[in-house]
Write a protein that binds this ligand. Sequence first.
Ligand code: ITT
Length: 191
Amino acid sequence: MSDLLFATNNSHKLREIQEIIGNEFRILSLKDVKLDIDIPETQETIEGNAVQKVRFVYELTGLNCFADDTGLEIDALNGRPGVYSARYAGEGCSFDDNINKILRELTGVENRKACFRCAICLITDGEEHIFQGRVNGVITTERKGTDGFGYDPVFLPDGHRQTFAMMPAYLKNGISHRGRAVEKMVKWLTC
Ligand code: ITT
């Protein structure tokens, strides 16, 4: 089994990717390699941030590793929060604060189309590779469900009757932006 270090401080993402990746790879966390660091993400695009995060950790460790940057893009908000999804309601804000802000901004708005986009940048043996995943859906008018994290309680993926926060993990992972990007990464690693 090969080890891959996941350059994230988001424990929810870590758990999802450990569930998605299967048995062929062991996902190491920053904690596993005794790194307690803030990872910079100051780029204008999710791809740019994924590259910046993974390079930062690769330079510190020299280990094969990857980073995930994800954004929720809402049509009626011109693609916001996008690259600012983590801190949309301000530095140090909570998932709840972010959801409150988008629900407030979408009050009375009919077009509730949105998508999650995920970019994963992987560095193996010094070479970089990018994998992307996307899922389309709509923003509900209120929170539904208690599982998942982030914007999951208000994201209803197209073709489904449950928000991501109402779905068991395997169902979310089977159709999600992250699930799709990871699937491409695993395919590339194993072919
Ligand atoms: P790292 O950079 O340490 O990986 P982060 O939380 O800063 O963690 P991102 O910038 O990629 O990660 O994510 C931006 C935010 O988007 C994240 O904090 C969540 O609020 C939200 N988000 C990401 N993936 C999500 C998902 O699968 N479901 C719901 N919300 C998600």
